[in-house]
Design a binder for this molecule. Structure first.
Ligand code: NDP
Length: 324
């Protein structure tokens, strides 16, 4: 039996991986692959002794490490210190345990928002990760994640491990964190706008002029499993974002994304105001998904329109129990 541990399994990405694995359970049974899904209830990964207990006597072949202290722009600005310390502890404990307990392969999660604020060029390729400082707004989270990439790299060169990094753009989908203060832009706007349907008063934070790339969580889950199962991939970082076969990269103005959400929730677009007291964050941070596209030329990404429709519907159907 080949055992694979998935950390952070109650989160946005973890639940998408679980859905994918359940949908393909027969294949995994036949191939004698067993997934174990854990969350902070099973172990606080900031605590080394709890992480060691999680790995003891399990003989995992691979780990998909998703767990992290995650948040949107405003949580990052408020809590740079905690975002740094929590994520450094989580990542150091998990990768050291992987090595100490003989885990051969691992997928470790970075983020496009940890790339340089002023990169040498756009779109940013994986090689540019350390070529400049991250944006001040999230430097705690960014440096913790960059350190994870360094750890993977040096474990691979010194101990011949196969620790691979994936770096997604802004994620969204069912089971996201819809908290208005701490969530990422899409889920927090969906929640706020849904609450405003009666009053019809809604203002977007900032001017809406920034450009972003978005990735549906279930696409990211599929990409992770594809990479994990492809034995020709042994190390390195893969940006995960939609880049079509001609090299075009779909990205969206925040204002247009808000309008799409409004269409799905039935909020009148002409009533949307702008609160310019809020920061827009970095205006553009385009990354290239060409490396992933070359490896998986037939990978199909969900369009933002379809992904937002599904996510809005999921939020409305599950409104009483969503994370908020
Ligand atoms: P979520 O916030 O949705 O979920 C976080 C998960 O991590 C939960 O399962 C949570 O468990 C677990 N977790 C948090 N702290 C601890 C801890 N101290 N010990 C054990 N488990 C913990 O995150 P996402 O699914 O959105 O993110 C998955 C990965 O993708 C992360 O590494 C993140 O950095 C990365 N990423 C996310 C993006 C996004 O837009 N969401 C964008 C780019 C990268 P519990 O539920 O028990 O608290």
């Amino acid at each position: 039996m080949m055992k694979i541990l998935v950390t952070g399994s109650t989160g946005l990405v973890g639940t998408a991986i679980k859905k994918y694995v359940n949908a393909n359970s027969q294949t995994y049974q036949m191939r004698q692959i067993e997934f174990k899904f854990v969350s902070s209830k099973d172990a606080d990964l900031r605590q080394k002794d709890q992480v060691d207990k999680l790995f003891e006597n399990e003989n995992y072949y691979a780990v998909i490490h998703l767990a992290a202290s995650v948040g949107g722009l405003y949580k990052n600005i408020r809590s740079n210190v905690e975002m740094y310390l929590d994520n450094v502890d989580i990542n150091t404990n998990v990768i050291n345990a992987c090595h100490n307990y003989g885990v051969k392969r691992g997928i470790f999660c970075l983020s496009s928002c940890i790339y340089p604020a002023s990169p040498p060029a756009f779109p940013m390729t994986e090689k540019m990760l350390h070529q400049g400082n991250p944006h001040d707004s999230n430097k705690g989270y960014a440096h913790a994640k960059r350190q994870l990439e360094v750890l993977c790299d040096i474990y691979n060169s010194q101990y011949h491990r196969e620790y691979i990094c994936v770096s997604p753009v802004n994620l969204y989908g069912p089971n996201d964190n819809f908290n208005i203060e701490d969530g990422h832009i899409i889920p927090s706007v969906m929640h706020r706008m849904y609450n405003s349907l009666e009053t019809q008063e809604f203002s977007l934070y900032g001017t809406g002029a920034a450009w972003r790339q978005f990735l549906y969580s279930e696409d990211f889950a599929r990409a992770i499993i594809n990479i994990l199962m492809d034995c020709s991939i042994k190390w390195g970082t893969y940006n995960i974002c939609n880049t079509d076969i001609y090299g075009d990269i779909p990205q969206y103005k925040i204002k247009d994304v808000i309008d799409l959400i409004a269409d799905n929730l039935g909020f009148p677009k002409d009533l949307i105001k702008k609160n310019v007291m809020f920061s827009d964050g970095i205006i553009k941070k385009t990354v290239s998904g060409e490396k992933f596209r070359k490896k998986f030329p037939r990978f199909v990404f969900t369009s933002l329109e379809e992904g937002l429709e599904k996510t809005c519907k999921w939020m409305i159907d599950n409104f009483d129990t969503i994370r908020k």
